[in-house]
Design a protein around this ligand. Structure first.
Ligand code: HEM
Length: 368
């Protein structure tokens, strides 16, 4: 597609007709150009999705709401604050790895890559990390578009998630702390900075984005190091290269497959195509990150690559808020795994790896 029809008209799995953008240059243009809007209700009035509180947040809004919503959460994710969490995140990683280090086989996703980021985001937000298995079920449902349970609809899971948050917010209102939810609730109570629906929207986004993605950054990086053993050897010899190996992993096998949907707010031209007002446009981040016009030998995982301007965290005003946290968690996770396990091997055949369903997340269910 990238070579022959880089802005391709496509029917998405939910039935909507739109444009799929696969070249780096066009992808960057869509992500940066605010004429591609997030909130289609602003274009035609009314609400596209009145039912869902899950879209009442920065990821699905345009300026000026975007700036207000992002600003409220941003304070908890500044690079300086995140850097200050290094020792604590290392402690969590060590606690998870201590009981696994002598084992012959570990389940990398279940036992390490999943719990690490969810424990961290729960602590930042101030929700109990013990409830992480519930969050996993609910957010899997939302991300993969299926409940994964016979007889249970994804709406049931969404309702359970909303009910859980409501009960938790009530507790926090009585005993606020210095966590992010307490700060957001204060903003909501003050009235004009955050509505109640937005409170649910921002918190659920952070819970979901805070772990669905980093799990797969850890998993996909391990898979790439197994696929390219000479790169693993190089990294073991030069552990200081872990941050750049992670950037290469984000480019080579980014955890977020596609951008969220955008709609053209006016008739415009993109890469020689006429896009009409109201058209849906989605960017394939991983295709852009494999565009040979931007990256030499894109199908090669090469940790010595010069600083890589990949789009794995997006670009423009919606650039990932959690990028500094994801990078730090990834660095600690990969360094700790390499340090503790001198010989890592997949204990099933590569063809048996099961990729997660859905259009958004790229990662495997388990890595034994
Ligand atoms: C936005 C990727 C981790 C919170 C985004 C976007 C991408 C992305 C591609 C932009 C989507 C678009 O423009 O359509 C990733 C990847 C991660 C990761 C690859 C891990 C490797 C995290 C973490 C958090 C987080 C750990 C939170 C703690 C957010 C938020 C936004 C966002 C709040 C919306 C920002 C805005 O609209 O202003 N992320 N993310 N992400 N991400 Fe991440």
């Amino acid at each position: 597609l990238r070579g022959t029809d880089p802005i391709h008209q496509v029917r998405f799995p939910d039935g909507q007709l739109g444009w799929l953008v696969t070249r780096y240059e066009d992808a960057a243009e869509v992500l940066k150009d605010q004429r591609f809007m997030k909130d289609i209700s602003k274009l035609y009035g009314g609400s596209m999705d009145q039912m869902s509180v899950f879209t009442q947040n920065m990821l699905f809004s345009d300026p000026p709401d975007h700036k207000r919503l992002r600003g409220l959460a941003q304070k908890a994710f500044t690079p300086k604050l995140i850097a200050g969490m290094r020792n604590h995140i290392q402690e969590i990683a060590d606690e998870l790895l201590d009981p696994l280090s002598d084992r012959e086989t570990i389940h990398l996703i279940d036992e390490f890559a999943f719990p690490l980021p969810i424990i961290v985001i729960c602590e930042i937000l101030g929700v109990p990390a013990e409830d992480r298995d519930k969050f996993r079920v609910w957010s899997n449902s939302l991300i993969e578009g299926t409940s994964g349970e016979i007889g249970v609809s994804i709406f049931e899971h969404m309702n359970q998630f909303i009910q859980y948050l409501g009960e938790w917010f009530a507790k926090v209102r009585e005993h606020p702390g210095d966590d992010l939810i307490s700060q957001l609730i204060i903003a909501e109570e003050e009235g004009d900075r955050l509505t109640e629906k937005e409170l649910y929207g921002v918190v659920s986004l952070l819970i979901i984005a805070g772990h669905e993605t980093t799990v797969n950054l850890i998993g996909n990086t391990v898979l790439a190091l197994l696929e390219f053993p000479e790169q693993q050897k190089l990294l073991r010899e030069h552990p200081e290269m872990v941050p750049q190996a992670l950037e290469e992993s984000l480019r080579y096998n980014g955890p977020v497959e596609f951008s969220t949907s955008r709609w053209a707010s006016e008739n415009l031209e993109l890469g020689g195509r006429q896009i009409r007002k109201g058209d849906l446009v989605v960017v394939s981040l991983n295709s852009a990150n494999h565009d040979p016009a931007k990256f030499n030998d894109p199908e090669i995982f090469d940790i010595t690559r010069e600083k890589s301007p990949h789009l794995a965290f997006g670009m423009g005003i919606h650039f990932c808020l959690g990028a500094p946290l994801a990078r730090l968690e990834g660095e600690i996770a990969i360094s700790s795994l390499l340090e503790r396990f001198p010989d890592i091997q997949l204990n099933i055949d590569k063809s048996e790896l099961e990729w997660r369903p859905g259009m958004i997340v790229r990662g495997v269910k388990e890595i034994p």
